[in-house]
Design a protein around this ligand. Structure first.
Ligand code: NDP
Length: 248
């Protein structure tokens, strides 16, 4: 799907929530979805980053977005319920959920991982996504054709030394996607994963500090796959884990 070309109005009138919309891949996905006609709900930890994305979208003349400041590490069941109720009252439905927010934690041998780091990574990368998706499921059901997208990683498909709790969390994400996909079956909802591949963001820079950033793909390069899974062109696709970059 690396060559997918969305039509100008591919996401017109869709309502799509993006987690981690203030930075990195989530920021670019939010702006791209808005460019193709979606009303985007920008969820993230740092309010001023969300406000910058909001301004960019409004200044470009795309549909007016909404902002949801939320720290997924501390969010409660009630926070997710309230969010679902707000979406229901403001929009009546949700057409897309991009579970993108994630943290890397620290890399190193599993023999030495720190339990609080492990718990934080699991909370943000797995538990929060499970709880958010569950809470939003009733509003996703109200869409004619809804897409849930989780964000995986190469280290969530094949074990690699020293990627520690992050890798474990991404295996869990793949499993969560597959389980959801089996359960939604042939309904109005489809559930898939994207593996972005090495991408020029702060997370990648933290994992590979000595790397030549200019040699990496940019978040913009990944957008054909991100658009494909949110557009109705993928309405028959369920339970897949797609690579956003061509393997070299
Ligand atoms: P970045 O670190 O650039 O951005 C992560 C985003 O998640 C930020 O907007 C951040 O918000 C948000 N976030 C982090 N913690 C929380 C939290 N507790 N609550 C709410 N939001 C939070 O990462 P990338 O854009 O690189 O990564 C996006 C996704 O892609 C992640 O799931 C990552 O694992 C995955 N991925 C990335 C790859 C890469 O090479 N970049 C490769 C494979 C997978 P804030 O800025 O406010 O902290």
């Amino acid at each position: 799907m690396h060559t997918y070309q969305a039509t100008e109005n591919a996401l017109k009138d869709k309502v799509i929530l993006i987690t981690g919309a203030g930075d990195g891949i989530g920021r670019v996905a939010a702006i791209t979805y808005a460019k193709y006609g979606a009303t985007v709900i920008l969820l993230g930890k740092t309010t001023n980053k969300l406000e910058c994305v909001y301004d960019e979208i409004v200044n470009a003349g795309y549909p007016k977005p909404a902002i949801v400041p939320m720290d997924l590490k501390g969010a409660t069941k009630q926070n997710y319920r309230d969010l679902a109720a707000t979406i229901e009252s403001q929009f009546g439905r949700l057409d897309g959920l991009l579970n993108n927010a994630g943290i890397l934690g620290s890399l190193g041998p599993l023999e030495h991982f720190c339990s609080s780091t492990f718990e934080n990574i699991m909370k943000v990368n797995v538990t929060a996504q499970a709880m958010l998706t569950k809470a939003l499921f009733p509003v996703l059901r109200k869409s004619e054709s809804a897409s849930i997208v989780f964000t995986s990683s190469g280290v969530g498909r094949k074990g690699r030394e020293f990627w520690g709790p992050y890798a474990i969390s991404k295996f869990a994400v793949e499993g969560m996607m597959q389980t959801w996909a089996c359960e939604v079956g042939k309904t109005n909802i489809r559930v898939n994963c994207i593996n972005p591949g090495a991408t020029r963001t702060s997370m990648r820079a933290a994992a590979y500090p000595g790397e030549d950033r200019d040699a990496l793909a940019t978040p913009e390069d990944l957008m054909p796959t991100y658009l494909y899974l949110m557009s109705d062109d993928s309405s028959e696709v369920n339970g897949e884990s797609l690579d956003a970059q061509v393997k070299k």
